[in-house]
Ligand binder design. Sequence first.
Ligand SMILES: [Zn+2]
Length: 194
Amino acid sequence: MKTVFFDIDTQLDFLFPAGALYVPGAETIIDNIARLNRQAAELGALVISTMDAHTENDPEFKTWPPHCVAGTLGQQKPAATLLDKRIIMPSSACAKDFSGTQQILLEKQTFDCFTNANLGRILAAAQADRYVVYGVVTEICVKLAAFGLLKTGKRVELVTDAVRSLSDAASDAMTREFTAQGGVLTTSDAVFGA
Ligand SMILES: [Zn+2]
């Protein structure tokens, strides 16, 4: 089974208490995220790491505190979650080659990673039978990625010990809706045992 891994928005501004938009407890999932990314690469599977890359006066900052401004420290990912062979894929349509890449840093300016105009051709080339999704936050950006991937008709798994949320109630609602639509809940240990 060919798997593509989706590591959603695991950026310093979200993961650490000093970050601009800290997700409570998010630092506790970094080890699992790093292990998932590394093990995926060992199996030769592609990791797509979505990344907010905002401008300083991004429209999103009308509703959220400024975070993940492109070029700032907070926009970066923890070193442990990065793979050696990686490229940055901008959100506007381009012909950037990703063959031989272990990790695509997929930039976006909104919640939904499918707003990156290159994601369609990446998924078409990857030919996955299964998607594994994790990161932050469960009820917003992880949700949009997971539900967008469910629309492909392929198997989609959510790694419950590698996600964090801002609201437990919203996170519970997301997982209920996800499983009702055929999504599968898993753990970071079980992902590679399947
Ligand atoms: Zn954002």
